[in-house]
Design a binder for this molecule. Sequence first.
Ligand SMILES: Cc1ncc(COP(=O)(O)O)c(C=O)c1O
Length: 407
Amino acid sequence: MASVNKNYNKLQGAYLFSEIAKRAKDFMEKNPGIEIMRLGIGDTILPLTPTVIKGLKKGVEKLAKIKTYTGYGDTQGDIRLRNALVDFYKKRKIDLDQQEIFISDGAKSDSANIQSIFGLDNVVAIADPVYPVYLDSAVIAGRTGKFANGKYENLVYMECNEKNNFIPSPPKQKVDIIYLCNPNNPTGAVATKKQLKDFVDYALKNKAVIIFDAAYVEYISDESFPKSIYEIEGAKKCAIEINSFSKWAGFTGVRLGWTVVPMDLIAEEVKEGKINNVWARRQGSMFNGASNIAQEGALAALSVAGQKESKKIIAYYMSNATLIKKNLLKLGLKVFGGEHAPYIWLKNPDNLSSWEFFNKLLKEAHVVVTPGSGFGTQGEGYVRLTAFGNKQDIKKAIESIQESLKL
Ligand SMILES: Cc1ncc(COP(=O)(O)O)c(C=O)c1O
């Protein structure tokens, strides 16, 4: 008889965004005519840039002719795109080989799938609060024990709070896999070189592997912060980097990302090259390569014109972030992030819980945000606001908060 993977029963609550959608829908049904304003969802809204559209069209047109038609491509990704990424890193003084780069359908799936190449007995550490996929995938894979007092057994939480400016420290105990999300979703915090070096030193000492989710690095506005874990000496021996075209080039719907598995990477009883080999085998067995159309779009995004255009997109979202942050500060609220990431991390007034403040904002200002507790226990008492929105809509939402929120 077939049975269901019981680890799914260990997952907590509904997926965060389904619960938010449900509450917003209930509110609208009970209050017909009231318009809801959304400052909660981490999805892009601006159209793809002209250069990317040209690339995508080229991809489509190639498929229309027998001479240029392609079916399955290289599972690891179009060699032209991998070479373009090699150049992309070279500009940051990082030398990679195209064999170390794996193109995928996005950072979310890669950050979950990458776990399958590591032993089930490996101990995983995650930041708290953080983007939920690292935790959920560890739970589903059966790497965690029971959920008790807001935490899973056999999982190490690296707490991020006001005391450490929302940047975690390496774990005190020995762990095997460390997820870092930098800049962080949801807090918007970004680590310095020294802070990342502490993690690299820890990983080298403990033969741990860092899985570095760099989905927001293009939002870093100050050159002194690293934009890749490989800017840290020794990181190629201990870190996998995952990135995406989603947030800086608008590919959330197009779907395209990449993962770097360096040849130098080592783990317990494993020589250089083996982990790269195992990931290639995993992808070869379970993935048929990313969309050829999306890859043409990504090549265009990486061109000089493409990158120039995407900077404008980033500037637009970050001007929204500044607008939100500035006005919330004016209301006397405690606000973090919003400088190197499109996320604003707001400490709730009057010690309200995340869902209490979510409900209050919805009821009084008709604004939907994301409860911080959905990202981990340390997120309790906070909400996340995002800059991914139309400026006019964001202005309206802020005005509504200023006029109607009872503080
Ligand atoms: C930290 C982080 N990584 C990855 C993703 C998803 O990236 P992709 O669209 O490439 O799957 C998100 C999306 O919100 C994210 O916040």
